[in-house]
Design a binder for this molecule. Structure first.
Ligand code: LMR
Length: 331
């Protein structure tokens, strides 16, 4: 055999080995998130990992990085577009750089409750919003609930006038900024990972979050007052990059999506139970005073904050806001 033939043979062998090796190596899905594992998002991610292992063992592997371990909430989408992480489920309030339409979810007092949010997300209009991040290279794979937000503070608060001049941490959303500015409070956009310390050191006076996040991140331990305001929603969009999603072999993309859909259905189911459970745990802790609002107090908040809708109507689309409102009617 000539030298030329041998080299050719060795080359063929190497490329065969390389392709065999790549066939054997599982496709890795890094799933990065900022919350604790004992939350709707944490548990959904774990269930997804479990289902993928059960159904696609050896072919696909899900690695989960909770608690802002890998990326904080403001970096994860950039990292995804660079291919450093394949999946995440940021709060709908954190997509502002990618689409303005998702701002609808931040409008204060828009949804009656989480069931209305669910109906809107399942509607044609809601499903269409999953596509709103497409032109920025992201694929919206589904919505996941956390729940309705409550206000917490270092002083007793009941009516909008009580938070005037006070500093509140918000997610990176201009709607949330407007929501606090309209009642003369001072909103500060800060990453989730910094909230506990900001509250503990009294660098800020308060924040808004769900029962689950307030409980799992111990915000209630450093906030002596909470009101059950249910003034807005904190839900998620599970996303991946179009580049990663399209690179998947067809016979794996469908089962991965199915595993995710099943995990999301599970996450949504437990989100309702967790909200009730964590609310009770916070009340029972005795570390914070949780107050309900009287109808009169509640209408003060509604009247003060609702003008924010008009401000964002053009960016969001009046039709989208109307579709969200229609979801209330089926109660
Ligand atoms: C927050 O920043 O308060 C939330 O978006 C955290 C989360 O992912 O629930």
């Amino acid at each position: 055999m000539s030298i030329k033939h041998r080299i050719l043979q060795a080359g063929l062998l190497t490329s065969l080995l390389i392709s065999l090796q790549s066939l054997a190596a599982p496709i890795e899905i890094k799933f990065s998130h900022v919350v604790a594992e004992n939350t709707p998002k944490g548990k959904m991610a774990l269930r997804f990992q479990e289902l993928v292992k059960e159904r696609l063992d050896g072919k696909v592997e899900v690695k989960i990085y909770p608690n802002s371990q890998l990326f904080g909430d403001n970096k994860v989408l950039e990292a995804m577009l660079l291919g450093d992480v394949q999946m995440a489920a940021p709060s709908l309030s954190k997509f502002q750089k990618y689409t303005k339409q998702l701002q609808v979810f931040d409008l204060p007092f828009l949804f009656d409750d989480i069931n209305a949010v669910d109906r809107f997300q399942s509607s044609d209009a809601g499903q269409k919003l999953l596509q709103s991040v497409k032109r920025r290279g992201l694929v919206g794979l589904g919505y996941l609930h956390n729940g309705m937000k409550q206000l917490s503070a270092s002083d007793d608060i009941r009516v909008p006038a009580d938070i005037a001049g006070k500093k509140f941490r918000i997610m990176t959303s201009d709607v949330l900024q407007a929501q606090f500015e309209v009642v003369d409070a001072i909103p500060l956009k800060k990453p989730f990972s910094e909230v506990f310390t900001l509250l503990q050191t009294r660098a800020i006076d308060g924040q808004e979050n769900t029962w689950s996040n307030n409980y799992s991140k111990k915000f209630f331990e450093v906030q002596p007052y909470m009101i059950e305001s249910n003034h807005g929603v904190l839900d998620y969009m599970v996303v991946t990059s179009a580049e990663f999603w399209n690179s998947l072999p067809d016979d794996l993309r469908a089962p991965i999506k199915q595993a995710l859909d099943d995990a999301i259905a599970y996450g949504n189911k437990i989100s309702l139970e967790k909200a009730d459970e964590d609310r009770q745990l916070i009340i029972d802790s005795g570390m914070t005073k949780v107050s309900e609002l009287t109808p009169e107090q509640r209408s003060q908040w509604v009247n003060a904050m609702k003008p924010v809708w008009k401000e964002f109507e053009d960016e969001i689309g009046a039709d989208v806001i109307q579709a969200a409102l229609d979801a209330n009617k089926s109660n």
